[in-house]
Design a protein around this ligand. Structure first.
Ligand code: TRP
Length: 383
């Protein structure tokens, strides 16, 4: 593996963080800028040689995917896979229970995710889709990995902290505290070196790299020439604007402000007609002062692959009604094919389950091989 190690420079000047000496989270603007810059370089490296990368990505099966997921991550995954990158997708079912009391209608939700992956164009022949609950050896990596992190760094993980806040008064479960380590197992069981994520997931990537490095320092190698685990890097979506819900607030299923990929054209039209706008009849693209209107313009722009300012100029004084008609057509056209494929796939649950069965089987082979190496590195092969 010849992937540049983003932590290498830091460890040349500072002693390697050891267990007992906790990881200091880099949450500064400067470190975000470095991650964005590195992602740009990686994009170039992908163009040059896609075979150097293995991608691991995934979602929690907590509900149906919506168009925010589509433009934020799913479309990108499909594009990366088509450009020749091996793409492994985890349906992160254990992550569902980090911050809630039950699993919900999990079987339905898992199949819904698989359906949207396939409808969007993820090709199970050129990668795999699996659920981590079906891969015991992946989960077993959690034990040695937990030995390599401190409770202090877990408690300070910025993403865990904000997720805990979002649960209100609910006490933190041991799984919420340690799920970044489980996510490291998702990434490292298959030795992925690239993880396309939003910036909220950067701390998990940092934790994953630290675990990989500490594993090497503490437990050693099988092949003296290379560590057991690669240093996985984030591929940030560059320049992406966050899509808001139709009421101008953060997208959330419970607010009913999202357009799900599974919705039909009429439901989509009804939702968009009810979208919040403002009293200024003249349409402009001004995300700071007119977030709700700008969001609708942006949505049309994404669907039509056009410039939002141009779209706003064209509508001009035709007003919010004209804007909404444009957005309805743009969304329904953009997702017509996805929805048609989706409807076909839903008719064939046997096929969806087969895709998952094949993915799970393959994931188990990979995980068992990695676990064997881990046991060898740790001198835990006795008989
Ligand atoms: N935590 C991710 C999310 O909420 C989902 C996820 C689970 C994931 N395991 C992963 C993402 C591994 C990337 C890599 O979106």
């Amino acid at each position: 593996m010849t992937v540049a190690d983003p932590t290498a420079q830091a460890s040349a000047t500072t002693p390697p963080a050891d267990v007992g000496e906790s990881l200091a989270w880099s949450t500064s603007e400067a470190s975000l800028a470095r991650s964005v810059e590195r992602s740009r370089q990686i994009e170039t490296e992908i163009e040059r040689d896609p075979s150097r990368f293995r991608i691991l990505t995934g979602d929690r099966p907590t509900g149906n995917l919506h168009i925010g997921h589509y433009f934020g991550s799913l479309a990108k995954r499909v594009k990366l896979q088509r450009s020749g990158l091996e793409t492994i997708v985890v349906v992160a079912d254990y992550q569902v229970i980090t911050d809630r009391d039950g699993v919900g209608p999990i079987a339905e939700r898992v199949l819904s995710l698989v359906t949207d992956y396939l409808a969007a164009g993820i090709d199970p022949e050129r990668g795999l889709i699996f659920t981590h609950s079906a891969v015991p050896a992946l989960n077993q990596l959690m034990l040695p990995f937990l030995s390599l992190v401190t409770d202090a760094e877990l408690r300070r993980n910025p993403t865990v902290k904000s997720e805990l806040e979002a649960t209100g008064e609910r006490p933190m479960s041991g799984l919420l505290l340690t799920y970044p380590v489980h996510q490291a197992a998702d990434i490292l069981f298959c030795k992925a070196n690239l993880v396309p994520v939003g910036k909220d997931q950067l701390p998990h990537l940092e934790q994953t790299r630290v675990i990989a490095r500490r594993f090497d320092e503490h437990y050693g190698r099988v092949d003296p020439e290379q560590p057991v685990f690669p240093r996985a890097e984030a591929l940030l979506s560059v320049g992406g604007v966050t899509i808001l819900g139709l009421d101008g607030a953060k997208m959330s299923k419970s607010r009913g402000n999202v357009i799900e990929l599974a919705m039909d054209a009429d439901t989509t039209a009804k939702l968009i007609r009810k979208a919040v706008t403002d009293s200024d009849r003249h349409i402009t693209y001004d995300p700071v002062n007119r977030p709700a209107v700008a969001n609708l313009v942006y949505l049309a722009a994404l669907c039509l692959e056009r410039d939002p300012v141009e779209i706003a100029d064209e509508i001009g004084s035709a007003g919010a009604g004209a804007l909404k008609r444009l957005v309805i057509d743009a969304v329904n056209q953009r997702f017509a094919e996805h929805r048609a494929r989706r409807a076909e796939l839903v008719q064939d649950p046997g096929y969806l389950r087969q895709v998952l069965r094949d993915g799970n089987e393959r994931a188990n082979q990979i995980a068992e091989q990695t676990l064997t190496e881990v046991r060898q590195a740790m001198h835990m092969v006795y008989c």
